[in-house]
Design a protein around this ligand. Structure first.
Ligand code: HEM
Length: 504
């Protein structure tokens, strides 16, 4: 007897169901987490802001490795440093991809920048080039004079307009990165490259946020034509892609012109192009890597240095102790520099405490798993699922840090046989092969900003400010919530130092 096509279809469907059932039975469970509803799964469990607080609660309930699922995508949340190291460092060959973000990555084009570039040959090339230029203290050393110079300029801006603190920090962070990436010296007042980069990175934040564009939650929408009702986001993407293009091209062309004129300064682009016969593909990599530094490094550094000023406003005793150290080691005839770092243990610890106390990237940047994997605990990480690091929790974990909510630099100084607590740089910059490539630069920027500002200014609570809020602002890059402070030169000598010549 022959089977009809109806029989064939029914048999096929039956087989599919059996296979699915068997497969489901044989798939190990995901890491524990809040109950998944049918269809909607954990849609309503995911907080829309300050996610790290809810993630920490899940950590308390379910342990350091927990998971939720939304629209079929599993999110594994790591609340402990050891869990993050065990998974992201030790299994880095399968945990180092990035999520595909339809609006920001695909349509606008940020997937060509390092933070979103897929794990593969281009990624490895970017990382190798970045590492060769500022991946270690010794390679960073050639940029230290620039750091000192730009930070001295920051002191001058602060003196003339103390209320513009946030703007001055932003200008300085941007100036430093453009100097290192392209050898470009920013202008006082509005600078065209800084303005362009700030506009582009503002658009980046929106284009990559899951909630701002529906297409980020429903990727097939990206294939709609722009005239289709509701597809206005395609026109927005086109305009933003043009901003990104300008941000990548303009500073790069600047270096090429400077090189042709023989006036180019030492910079990442110059170093990677000078005297080399580069292919168009290699040129593409250098150009996009250089642009990646601004988006990865400017806003993050701003958040950290702003947090330093907030901490000094809240903890005057810590400030006074660091100033005593600086006065006794340096005196007050010159500004502190990198060569003094080893002689300033308390100030160095204070800069470390900035990274711990305020988590600039509280939930890191998601890693994407590229192969099905079963953890030692027996839990399943499916291919395509995301891993999220709750860096805020790790930095405020009472199992690791005593009095975690308090700003206490002493914790990093070994004393009376009590070992120093975990170096927060081991967690603040992420994990595995995606660890922040700018961490040495960030560390240098925060240290020199702390040391030079403490040497010259007193930072105190503004008489008109009420209670200062200690919360962190929401967002992938979290800034301290706004506060007011007074910033005044410590003495006439300090005033002379600020107003003095800038060493070139
Ligand atoms: C306070 C300062 C900073 C903090 C807290 C910070 C933190 C981070 C974190 C947590 C990640 C994700 C790591 C992971 O996926 O596990 C990251 C990635 C990245 N950071 Fe930073 N960062 C800072 C400064 C900088 C600076 C100064 C630069 C560049 C000059 C930079 C460039 C980047 C880039 C390009 C990536 C993407 C790397 C990749 O995907 O391979 N960051 N950063």
């Amino acid at each position: 007897m022959f089977l009809t096509w109806v029989d064939l279809v029914l048999t096929g469907v039956g087989l599919f169901c059996v296979v699915k059932l068997v497969f489901r039975r044989s798939t190990p469970p995901p890491p524990p987490g809040p109950r998944r509803l049918p269809l909607l799964e954990n849609l309503f469990d995911i907080p829309s802001e300050r996610e790290w607080i809810k993630f920490s609660e899940w950590g308390e309930t379910y342990g350091d490795i927990s998971s939720v699922s939304v629209f079929g995508q599993q999110l594994t949340i790591l609340n402990g440093v050891q869990a993050a190291m065990d998974i992201l460092d030790k299994k880095s060959s399968i945990c180092s991809d990035r999520p595909i973000v339809p609006m920001g990555g695909e349509l606008v084009g940020w997937k060509n920048t390092l933070v979103f570039v897929p794990y593969g040959a281009r990624f490895r090339n970017y990382r190798r080039l970045a590492h060769s230029l500022f991946g270690s203290r010794s390679t960073m050393a050639s940029f230290e004079p620039l750091e000192e110079l730009e930070t001295h300029r920051f002191l001058k801006r602060l003196l003339s307009d103390p209320d513009g603190l946030q703007n001055h920090i932003r200008k300085t962070a941007g100036a430093l990165i453009l100097r290192i990436s392209h050898g470009y010296e920013v202008k006082e007042g509005a600078d065209p490259f800084v303005t362009l980069a700030d506009v582009a990175t503002g658009q980046f934040a929106l284009a990559t946020s899951p909630g701002a564009f529906l297409v980020n939650l429903i990727p097939p929408l990206q294939h709609l034509p722009s005239w289709f009702p509701g597809a206005g986001f395609k026109n927005t993407a086109k305009a933003w892609a043009e901003t990104l293009h300008q941000m990548v091209e303009q500073p790069f062309q600047f270096v090429k012109e400077q090189m042709a004129a023989g006036t180019a300064e030492n910079s990442l682009v110059y170093n990677l192009l000078d005297g080399k016969d580069v292919s168009s593909e290699e040129e593409f990599d250098v150009k996009w890597l250089a642009a990646s530094l601004y988006s990865g490094g400017a806003d993050t550094t701003v958040a950290a240095i702003y947090a330093f000023f907030k901490a000094m406003t809240l903890y005057p005793d810590v400030q006074a102790k660091a100033q005593r150290e600086i006065d006794s080691v340096i005196g007050n005839d010159r500004l502190p520099g990198f060569s003094d770092k080893d002689k300033l243990p308390y100030t160095t610890a204070l800069a470390l405490e900035v990274f711990r106390w305020h988590s600039v990237t509280p939930t890191g940047v998601p890693h994407r798993v590229t192969e099905d994997h079963i953890l030692e605990e027996g839990w399943f990480l499916p291919k395509g699922s995301l891993i999220i690091t709750n860096i805020w929790k790790m930095a405020h974990d009472p199992r690791v840090y005593s009095n975690p909510m308090v700003f206490e630099p002493e914790r990093f100084i070994e004393k009376d046989g009590k070992a120093a607590e975990l170096d927060p740089r081991d967690l603040a910059f992420g994990f595995g092969r995606r660890i922040c490539p700018g961490r040495v630069l960030a560390d240098a920027s925060v240290f020199i900003s702390c040391a030079m500002s403490l040497a010259t200014f007193n930072i105190s609570k503004h008489p008109e400010s009420g209670e200062i809020d200690r919360e962190q602002g929401t967002g992938t890059i979290s800034h301290p919530t706004a506060f007011r402070c007074l910033i005044q030169p410590r003495s006439d000598k300090a005033l002379d130092l600020i107003q003095g010549d800038i060493a070139h």
